[in-house]
Design a binder for this molecule. Structure first.
Ligand SMILES: Cc1cc2nc3c(=O)[nH]c(=O)nc-3n(C[C@H](O)[C@H](O)[C@H](O)COP(=O)(O)OP(=O)(O)OC[C@H]3O[C@@H](n4cnc5c(N)ncnc54)[C@H](O)[C@@H]3O)c2cc1C
Length: 438
């Protein structure tokens, strides 16, 4: 047995690594590499993140901590676009409609100014109509949302929107409809990205380095016995625990807990995510674009977003070459064919002018993310209440994006792991003092 009590952590992504560091506890990761979704892959001299990753934290303490662990960041001023009606217009769309067809501009502006601001929004679609009006909602936000989330916005709540959907002032919307290119609006107008060739993966590598003595790779948990407080791994090893922090996706965790009650299993079956296939291309041409990323709301384009990794750091692409990462969202029920999707992505990239038909593709890879963005549907809150209450009663502390089933950016995942590590230490101290006094 690897560990015979105390604290253990399941999942070695950013949250699990942070929990392990905070509690000085062993962390068990299924893959042969730590870092989870925040890893990067190096292929033929190109670095590809697992979908675009930028650091947009405002938490200076976290930033200082990452720097103290050796991560060097480069600062960037966002250069992002939307492609709509065969036009590239600056992000955010809501304040940059000036280049779009005049009829569309007038409609977006008029319906924005006359929108019904007092109505109550019962779902995300109604929230879009109320906050930005039918023009913006029908042209950009609803098609983008359906493509990205893979479900109707009528099935979703709007509790997650906050700073994730830019909500400009009327003056900014009016200005943007007529003349001005406004790019300094929204959360990530400036962002950071690690400086080295490791790409965004440098953040995970720094945490991994710090947690190294406690890190157990290739340990996929296949059973959690909550009565005996013991985890069995696919390699036959076992680990006991008094308190466990779990950062693995909740549906996976519940599926490997044979003692989970029926209502907890049922709640877990209600949790939904989208899935994302990332198609990465290395291209034999210098500086094919100076953009960081572009959103594609229209349904005849296979991807919802592309990014140009070569613009994020000097060493993430070989000299004189460029790179593109295209993100294609799909529903887990539909599945996806990586080969066919790559061919379609290339054809679409040429059609929207992101690359030329004469461009030589020297590297192509795909990365599949089955659990990508947790869907905030109407069942999520109640399902989480049931699952989390049961886990806590079993001394299991959920953390991270998929343990809390939330829309965490990487900084928030790290912070939630740190917090869970601290909570685990308190829990353990509480258990020990109860045992000592009984
Ligand atoms: C496409 C995409 C783009 C993103 N872009 C950004 C961005 O620009 N900026 C930003 O800040 N954030 C971004 N994020 C969010 C960020 O990636 C996450 O918040 C963060 O990486 C989540 O870390 P985590 O540790 O909570 O989860 P994960 O990274 O999923 O870690 C969970 C770990 O558990 C392991 N595991 C699973 N099952 C088992 C098992 N049975 N046994 C043991 N281990 C197991 C997995 O292998 C994984 O390593 C993005 C996310 C996605 C999907």
């Amino acid at each position: 047995m690897l560990s015979d009590g105390n604290i253990i952590v399941l999942g070695g992504g950013l949250a699990g690594l942070a929990a392990s560091i905070a509690a000085d506890a062993p962390v068990y990761e299924a893959a042969s590499q730590a870092g989870g979704i925040a890893c990067s892959d190096r292929v033929d001299g190109f670095t590809f993140d697992r979908g675009i990753h930028i650091l947009q934290t405002t938490n200076l303490e976290l930033l200082d901590w990452l720097k103290s662990l050796g991560v060097t960041f480069q600062e960037h001023r966002r250069n992002a676009y939307i492609y709509s009606h065969q036009t590239y217009t600056a992000y955010p769309f809501q304040v940059n409609t000036a280049g779009l067809p005049i009829g569309l501009r007038v409609r977006c502006l008029w319906q924005y100014l006359t929108r019904d601001r007092d109505s109550k929004a019962h779902n995300y679609e109604e929230w879009m109509y109320r906050t930005l009006g039918n023009g913006f909602a029908d042209t950009f936000l609803i098609p983008y949302s359906e493509k990205f989330w893979t479900v109707s916005p009528r099935e979703m709540t709007h509790e997650w929107t906050g700073n994730r959907v830019p909500q400009p002032s009327p003056a900014q919307v009016i200005r943007g409809a007529f003349w001005s290119k406004q790019t300094r609006i929204g959360t990530n107008t400036d962002f950071r990205y690690p400086h080295g060739e490791a790409g965004y993966g440098e953040v995970a590598a720094a945490l991994e380095n710090q947690a190294r003595a406690n890190l157990h790779l290739e340990h996929r948990a296949v059973e959690v016995d909550v009565e005996r407080r013991r985890v069995t791994f696919a390699n036959g090893q076992t680990a006991g625990y008094s308190v466990m922090v779990s950062t693995i996706p909740l549906p996976v965790l519940i599926s490997i807990c044979p003692q989970a009650p029926g209502e907890v299993r049922q709640a877990a079956s209600k949790l939904r995510t989208n899935s994302i296939l990332v198609v990465n291309l290395g291209i034999e041409r210098e500086a094919i674009s100076d953009r960081h990323w572009v959103h594609f709301p229209e349904k005849d384009v296979s991807f919802f977003r592309i990014s140009y990794p070569h613009n994020f750091g000097p060493d993430v692409a070989p000299g004189g070459k460029s790179s593109i990462s295209a993100e294609v969202a799909y529903s887990v029920n539909d599945g996806i064919d990586p080969e066919k999707t790559t061919e379609r992505v290339i054809a679409d990239l040429i059609r929207v002018g992101a690359m030329k038909s004469t461009d030589k593709i020297i590297t192509r890879t795909t990365h599949n993310i089955p659990y990508a963005y947790c869907i905030y549907d109407m069942q999520r809150t109640e399902a989480l209440r049931v699952i989390h209450a049961w886990l806590r009663s079993c001394s299991i502390i959920p953390a991270g994006r998929y343990g809390l089933w939330t829309y965490f950016w990487s900084d928030e995942s790290i912070l939630s792991g740190k917090k869970a590590g601290g909570t685990a230490l308190e829990r353990l101290a509480g258990q020990m003092s109860t045992n000592a006094s009984s």
